[in-house]
Design a protein around this ligand. Structure first.
Ligand code: SAH
Length: 394
């Protein structure tokens, strides 16, 4: 077994059970990509068993902090079983569910989503890559399913020196799937869609949006960055009279339209714009448009804190424009999925956007990712998705 020796003082984060070893913390030692290494303090004390990533700044990711634990197929299968069992505690109103959420489930570099009878996995570290076959078998045996599709085309793989890989890993079947979420159905494409095909993390927010649409009696709704129309369908299910959906991806919009039809809603209640959101918001303002509710769910502007400043400006601008378009009493569902923007900072950005727009507003709810995308105490980086419901004062 190869050993990685840390620099003096660099053992502290591992002693607090944080699962990453940065390149800058390593004094000596090396191993093959994904090989399990023994990580020791400068004084030679055991700290963890970890998967080595020779070309990444995150040089090793922890599999276990227990010196007596063997890192083998049995241990990986145990971690997968544990992640799946933990989900039985959560009230998930869908047959689309995240089963493994990386570090938060003790499985660094592994994402697994279940869409009804099909699993989709993303391997984003040398460690999960090396155990791929073990992981695939463990997933099938823990779920009783037979189909597993691989979507290892996330850009972070290049940081690990890993090539893009997509395709069936176990079994075969259609790549266009249908899931049930709350009271509606949605189709998705696991081969061509974003991430593993769908944004499961916004499930609870879509439910909340449908409830608000019903209770507040939304008439005109604007869904910005709509992707395949999850919030659009939610608003229509909640009784909204008309929803305008904007996205810059034609393929996503096509599916959004199909999802509206699939749920039996009249297409006259929906319009779709293949356009840039920022420019569209400005055009709506110029035309004197207004909306009862607006969703802003942009892509990740700040993957890390280093991008926070520029991202903050972009978020502020979007929120400022949205505030201007809301009717008095109108509601803004606004999100950031940037790991580099904390919930606190996001709150400040939205507040200052309101100030710039010259409006006052109640922040009526704080929202976060659905519980199958858990945040854990030991891995604060797991908190990425944050949202606010803001009600413009009359
Ligand atoms: N709310 C969606 C997920 C949004 S993902 C859901 O519930 O499923 C972000 C979306 O923003 C993507 O579909 C992407 O195509 C779109 N997008 C990115 N930049 C954009 C821009 N400048 N203007 C319009 N859409 C954009």
């Amino acid at each position: 077994m190869k050993t990685i020796r840390l620099k003096e003082g660099k053992e502290r984060s591992l002693q607090r059970r944080h699962p990453w070893v940065f390149e800058s913390a390593v004094a000596k030692g090396s191993a093959d990509p994904g090989e399990t290494v023994r990580v020791e303090s400068h004084a030679g004390q055991f700290l963890a068993w970890a998967a080595f990533s020779p070309s990444s700044r995150i040089r090793a990711r922890v599999w276990s902090f227990d010196e007596h634990q063997r890192i083998d197929a049995g241990w990986i299968a145990h971690l997968i079983q544990q992640a799946i069992s933990a989900r039985s505690w959560f009230d998930i109103q869908s047959n689309g569910m995240r089963l493994v959420h990386g570090e938060s489930d003790g499985l660094p570099g592994l994402i697994v989503d279940r869409y009804h009878d099909t699993l989709v996995a993303q391997f984003t570290s040398c460690g999960s890559e090396r155990f791929k076959s073990v992981i695939a078998d463990a997933l099938l045996s823990a779920t009783g399913l037979t189909r597993l599709y691989e979507r290892s085309d996330a850009s972070v793989r290049s940081l690990e020196g890993l090539p893009e890989v997509t395709g069936w890993l176990r079994g075969q079947g259609p790549v266009e799937l249908q899931i049930r979420e709350h009271d509606w159905q949605l189709t998705l494409d696991i081969a061509e869609g974003h991430k593993t095909g769908f944004y499961l993390d916004q499930r609870d927010s879509r439910h909340r949006f449908a409830q608000h649409a019903r209770h507040r009696g939304y008439r005109k709704v604007l869904n910005c960055f709509c992707y395949t129309g999850g919030f659009t369908v939610a608003a229509l299910a909640g009784g909204a009279e008309h929803v305008t959906s904007i996205d810059s991806s034609g393929a996503a919009l096509e599916r959004a339209r199909a999802n509206v039809q699939l749920n039996g809603f009249d297409l006259n209640r929906a319009s779709f714009m293949d356009a840039d959101v920022n420019a569209s918001l400005r055009a709506f303002i110029a035309q004197g448009e207004s909306f009862d509710a607006i969703v802003l769910d942009p892509p990740k502007f700040a993957p890390t804190a280093a991008h926070a400043e520029r991202a903050a400006r972009a978020y502020k601008d979007l929120n400022r424009l949205a505030f201007k378009l809301l009717v008095p009493g109108g509601e803004l569902f606004t999100y950031s999925c940037s790991g580099g923007i904390s919930a606190d900072l996001f709150h400040k950005i939205v507040a200052s956007a309101g100030m710039d727009a010259g409006v006052d507003a109640f922040i009526s709810e704080r929202l976060q990712g659905a519980p199958d995308h858990p945040m854990t105490v030991l891995f604060p980086e797991g908190e990425y998705l944050k949202g606010l419901v803001v009600v413009k004062k009359s």
